[in-house]
Design a protein around this ligand. Sequence first.
Ligand SMILES: [Zn+2]
Length: 60
Amino acid sequence: MTTIEPWLREILRCPSCGQAFSDGQAPDGSPELWCEGCDLAYRVDGGIPVLLVDEARSRG
Ligand SMILES: [Zn+2]
């Protein structure tokens, strides 16, 4: 599974709440960034995280 580089994940913050991310996985197995502050999950498209609240998935 290809996810983003750890150094890049370290500097990114959730556009919704400003918290850091951890590595996550979508139900279909694709990589996601999971916010540690809220329940949003951001998809990683070809190694590029899509940090758009409108595009984020709620983990419930
Ligand atoms: Zn968040």
